[in-house]
Design a protein around this ligand. Structure first.
Ligand SMILES: [Zn+2]
Length: 253
């Protein structure tokens, strides 16, 4: 170990594992103590048996890391499992939504910024899915809470053009950052995308956005409302965060 390294123990979720040369793996993690980190797991002289117990996406581990001062890529020295969410891996629907949740952390949380709230939110969300809550509801709530944490919730209280309180069907217009009332909406403005939003959807987003950053995972929401709410957030995230999420494509339901 060189002088420029510090060894630290962290609790972390594995967000993504990519094989790199010489049987090593690039492992993106979200740690409780330091936020999102890029790490390298070297194959070294591990036995075949040890390699078989390799580090897995979605699971939570205790990891011993050599932090390098001169690089963004830190080194994994040892790891041991805390929770493997093995029941989620047997749920087709639950697994897709869990992977989608993980992808949001990977693409929306900045490097090296710890957040106890978001770490706990991630853990609670996965536990809720594993425990049999509707994965679509958990996914929707997770995204709203994450957007709230990032200060990027869509505006659902008032019309973003005339500031009047919304009281009937409205239109979600991404470049306005929220909803526009029927009177202010003048068709496909500048050819931009928009989405007609029922008052039921507006009310749902409003009430969910006002919840504190945990719980509510047992809520029951109708299929159509759920689909529309998640679709609106897909628009919102891809427009405002300039991020394309692979998971939103395979979750068209
Ligand atoms: Zn208006």
């Amino acid at each position: 170990m060189g002088r420029n390294m510090a060894v630290k123990r962290v609790n972390a979720f594995v967000l993504k594992v990519d094989p790199v040369r010489e049987n090593s793996q690039l492992v993106n993690i979200f740690s409780f103590e330091y936020g999102r980190l890029k790490t390298l797991l070297k194959a070294g002289r591990q036995s075949a048996a040890r390699r078989a117990r390799s580090i897995e996406q979605l699971s939570e581990y205790e990891i011993l890391i050599y932090f390098r001062e001169t690089s963004e890529l830190h080194l994994i020295s040892q790891f041991s499992i805390i929770k493997d969410f093995h029941r989620i891996r047997e749920m087709r629907y639950g697994l897709f939504h869990s992977i989608a949740i993980i992808e949001h952390i990977l693409k929306l949380m900045p490097l090296n910024e710890p957040s106890e709230k978001i770490y706990n939110l991630l853990k609670k969300s996965l536990i809720a899915i594993e425990g049999g809550c509707d994965a679509r509801v958990v996914y929707l709530l997770f995204r709203l809470y994450l957007l709230k944490h990032l200060g990027l919730l869509p505006q659902t209280e008032v019309c973003t053009s005339c500031s009047r309180k919304l009281s009937q069907d409205a239109y979600y217009v991404p470049y306005k950052g929220g909803l526009v009332c029927a009177e202010c909406f003048n068709g496909e403005e500048n050819g931009s995308i928009f989405m007609k939003s029922s008052m039921a959807l507006v009310k749902l987003l409003r009430s969910l956005s006002s919840l504190s950053l945990n719980g509510g995972f047992e809520a029951r929401i109708g299929d159509e409302l759920l689909r529309d709410a998640n679709r609106l957030l897909d628009f919102h995230i891809s427009y405002h965060l300039d991020v394309q999420l692979k998971s939103t494509e395979f979750l068209r339901f």
